[in-house]
Design a protein around this ligand. Structure first.
Ligand code: 3HC
Length: 717
């Protein structure tokens, strides 16, 4: 059995300490320990009441996520929580750290909740495709009202102790948690034999009866922020039951039914795959866990543009002082003012207070002099994609920055080894590919150069965690992971356009599949002129998929930046309007390349674009450029708008079945004759055994086989 609950009696109070490192989930051993502990406390006539707490940094981080989909052993969570709720003696939840999901639900069956100053609570089940299924949907609305409860459950947000106190989720905050909780039990047990139960507090749910507003607002919020997800609707139905059922137990019954429906929905498996995938991605398979990491006390950023500014905000938000260098005073002034405006925007949206803004923005300094980053522990170069410029900057950094500092390049596709080679510290050089806007997007591709040391890699991964990023390691290979996969995806979108589809049809089909933004909206956002200008400069002819985009650029249609691209945009708006004037261009380019336009189904659009991701992904895994299949899923969900509820492209392939994937690849290979659909070796092998991506670990000895072209893959789109 996993986990245990320690039992001791202090000053007439039983202390139950959940011990299941590192975050105390409610595994079978914990559930059994809770049942035994309460039984023991009830049987001991010298015990006045119970204090329930957690060992280490967490109170209870919820149900044991690894148990979902398996047959549970030992007592059920329901049995353990009933034991606590109906204990004949008062029970205090002494919340020492995180009380999340089933952890908060455990606290809600206790008679009282006292928190330490560092505690935080939340019901984040929605992020796992689930709902709070241990009474959370029925009890939280009774404590804080249905509207606040829905907000917490639909966002999955963490609520810190002070706020939780003001909302009424906890009763007190104490510095000396256990000592004060013991005193609390001594007091309440001498005052009364009846202790409050959240299930009996009906006022707030009854108040909400007869008005649809709360539920309608929740539905609107879920439609906007959790498009395509199954669990939010189930959560809303549970709260509806909490509001309308006269008997608390009827609401609980409904919650149980809706929970099972979530549990068996494929979205649950997909989202839990990503939960564990993100945590696995943060570990590097051939670097020992105990590898020392450098202490990063100050960061430097070279370049005050959109990327540099966004990266600087990430450090400041994590409490790390950051200094920005730019060679141009006007650029720097503009960059700093954009950062300040971003923080002001957050204050206006109620996401931070004015004081928080002052203290965070106060961590960002700037100047024109490289000497000012000489004392930094890490310096990240974030200038535009030009190898000569980057090498020049790294030469300077190598001279001025202290010798043991890490130097990182925010390149999206250049050769990190070439950049490292101009320094005298290649072992301290690494790629850190942030995604724009860097202060918002969670993905961080950490590019491992052939000489990057274990300590450098471990340090950068730990920095990623401090910056709250989903960090994924890629070997130093063209396009790394994300842009290499994107290349085939956008190429297919462009080929579909040449073959007869229109941009809005392609975008709508992929957005209905769940992509947050269709490829043509994305290309308009990035700017069609990037690749076009690069090709003009180098005198290269566009490949077939780039021909329409280049033709649009010839007509000054660069995308959102000048209000016209694949779509038209009204001034100041990002909403795409169809551009019928482009249709003649599509027809002309198709005809000029001997392509007969035809009717194309939405199914073909989705199949071809998503198969392109999967097939390239299979090669990336087999080459060892990505460590494991789930890493690619983490990349696509956090950096490219792939729907989390489908678990990423590789999980989607697993869910589809490898034989089906192979059959479709063969079908589109036959139809298009494109190498994009020539089935990857790994897919053929897996289809033979009905296997899945993730069954075999990626190879680790492929570094020498990677050939790197100096051109950025993004520039070729
Ligand atoms: N079950 C099983 N394992 C868990 C877990 C859980 N609920 N929560 C965390 N872990 C594991 C992680 O997988 C990781 O394992 P690893 O070291 O082998 O990779 C380890 O604990 C540490 O986790 P983190 O790296 O995430 O640690 P952090 O300190 O960064 O974060 C945390 C701690 C905020 C508690 C974070 O782990 C977290 O958010 N956990 C999930 C909370 C959650 O979603 N709870 C709801 C569960 S579902 C539920 O309760 C259903 C109920 O309503 C019936």
């Amino acid at each position: 059995m996993k986990g245990t609950v320690h039992y001791e009696v202090k000053e007439g109070v039983a202390i139950l300490t959940v011990d299941n490192p590192p975050v105390n989930p409610l595994s079978d051993g914990v559930r059994a320990g809770l049942v035994d502990g309460i039984t023991q406390a009830e049987n001991d006539s010298n015990v006045l009441g119970v204090v329930l707490t957690g060992a280490g940094r967490s109170f209870i981080a919820g149900a044991d996520i690894s148990e979902f989909g398996k047959t549970p052993e030992g007592p059920s969570l329901d049995e353990a929580l009933r034991k606590l709720e109906f204990c004949s003696k008062p029970v205090v939840a002494a919340i020492n750290g995180s009380a999340l999901g089933g952890g908060l639900e455990t606290a809600l069956v206790c008679n009282y909740r006292i928190a330490g100053p560092a505690a935080f609570v939340g019901l984040p089940e929605v992020n796992l495709g689930l709902l709070p299924g241990a009474g959370g949907t029925q009890r939280l609305p009774r404590l804080v009202g249905p509207a606040e409860a829905l907000k917490m459950m639909l966002t999955g947000m963490h609520v810190h102790a002070k706020k939780a106190l003001s909302m009424g989720i906890i009763d007190e905050i104490c510095e000396d948690l256990i000592k004060d909780s013991i005193k609390f039990i001594q007091k309440v047990s001498s005052e009364s034999e009846n202790h409050p139960k959240v299930r009996d507090l009906n006022e707030k749910v009854i108040e909400a009866r007869g008005s649809d507003n709360i539920l309608l607002e929740a539905k609107a919020m879920a439609a906007k922020t959790r498009k395509g997800q199954f669990a939010p609707g189930q959560i809303i139905k549970c709260v509806e039951a909490a509001i309308n059922c006269d008997d608390f137990n009827d609401g609980m019954k409904k919650e149980g039914e809706y929970f099972i429906e979530c549990l068996v929905n494929p979205q649950r498996e997909a989202m839990i795959h990503i939960f564990f995938g993100e945590r696995a991605a943060s570990k590097i398979s051939d670097i020992p866990r105990e590898t020392p990491v450098k202490d990063i006390k100050k960061a430097g950023i070279i370049g005050s543009g959109t990327m540099g500014g966004g990266i600087a905000m990430c450090f400041a938000n994590a409490g790390i002082p950051v200094h920005i260098i730019d060679q141009d005073a006007d650029n720097l002034k503009r960059g700093m003012s954009v950062i300040e405006k971003n923080y002001e925007f957050m204050v206006n949206r109620g996401k931070m207070t004015e004081e928080m803004k002052d203290s965070v923005f106060g961590l960002v300094t700037s100047s024109l002099d490289y000497q000012d980053v000489s004392d930094c522990d890490i310096v990240i170069e974030a200038v535009y994609e030009n190898l000569d410029l980057k090498e020049k900057i790294f030469r300077t950094l190598d001279e001025v920055v202290k010798k043991d500092a890490i130097l990182a390049s925010n390149t999206s596709g250049l050769n990190v080894d070439s950049i490292a080679a101009v320094t005298n510290r290649p072992e301290l050089v690494v790629g850190t590919h942030f995604f724009s806007p860097a202060n918002i997007m969670r993905l961080l591709e950490v590019v491992r150069g052939s000489q990057s040391s274990d300590e450098t890699m471990a340090t950068v991964m730990s920095v990623g965690k401090k910056l709250k990023k989903a960090s994924v390691v890629s070997l130093n290979a063209p396009g790394f992971i994300g842009n290499r996969m994107l290349f085939g995806y956008t190429a297919q979108a462009n080929m579909l356009l040449l073959e007869g589809a229109l941009p809005h049809q392609v975008d709508q089909a992929l957005e209905s599949f769940g992509m947050s933004m269709g490829p043509f909206r994305m290309l308009d956002l990035v700017g069609l002129d990037l690749g076009w200008r690069a090709r003009k400069l180098s005198g290269t002819e566009p490949a077939l998929p780039s021909k329409i985009g280049d033709q649009l650029c010839e007509l000054d249609r660069f995308g959102q930046k000048n209000g016209k691209g694949f779509y038209n945009y009204n001034e100041g708006s990002r909403a795409p309007n169809p551009a019928p004037e482009n249709e003649d261009i599509y027809k002309t380019v198709s005809a000029a390349n001997g392509i007969e336009r035809r009717e194309i189904s939405d199914e073909e659009i989705v199949d071809r674009c998503i198969l392109a991701l999967i097939n390239e992904g299979a090669d990336i895994i087999e080459e060892g450029v990505g460590q494991r299949a789930a890493d690619l899923d983490v990349v696509y969900i956090n950096g490219y708008g792939f729907p989390i509820w489908r678990g990423g492209p590789m999980h989607h392939a697993n869910a589809t079945g490898m034989t089906e994937v192979l059959n479709k690849l063969n079908k589109y290979h036959e139809l298009t004759k494109s190498d994009t659909f020539k089935p990857a070796n790994l897919i053929q092998k897996l289809a033979e055994t009905d296997g899945k991506f993730g069954d075999a670990p990626a190879k680790e000895d492929r570094k020498e086989k990677l050939s790197f072209s100096e051109s950025s893959v993004a520039g070729n789109l």
